[in-house]
Design a protein around this ligand. Structure first.
Ligand code: 5GP
Ligand code: ZN
Length: 112
């Protein structure tokens, strides 16, 4: 499959890994939009959050269990933002579900 994030999982595309377990990978975004900008993905290819269902939601729960550990490891003691973009209007560019962890500064109050 021609998926950048699946290639990052296999190591075909190198990345700067922050956290990894058997089901989840987190790595620094190649074009950071905040002092800390980490991408968290399940290793299973799911297109977007719009494809979350009763079968794969336990895996997504695992992602959200990992997020506080990753945030702590990145020193985000004062809060952070988690974003997932979905589809065309959500400006999703990589079609493998991912959660952006953004922090290390006060975020803007506007979200859109
Ligand atoms: P999206 O726009 O789909 O929500 O986010 C995709 C993110 O993946 C972008 O923030 C982009 O900078 C990041 N990205 C795209 N290609 C690569 C890559 O090859 N390596 C890393 N580390 N990040 C990437
Ligand atoms: Zn993928």
């Amino acid at each position: 499959m021609d998926c950048i994030f699946c290639k990052i999982i296999t190591g075909e595309i190198p990345s700067n890994i922050v956290y990894e377990d058997d089901q989840i990978l987190a790595f620094h975004d190649i074009a950071p939009q905040a002092p800390v900008h980490v991408i968290v993905i399940p290793k299973q290819h799911i297109q977007s959050a719009n494809e979350i269902n009763e079968f794969n939601s336990p895996l997504i729960a695992k992602v959200f269990e990992a997020i506080p550990k990753i945030a702590k490891k990145c020193g985000l003691e004062n809060g952070y933002r988690v974003i997932t973009n979905i589809g065309e209007d959500g400006c999703q560019t990589v079609k493998h579900i991912h959660f952006h962890i953004l922090g290390g500064k006060k975020m803007t109050e506007k979200m859109a």
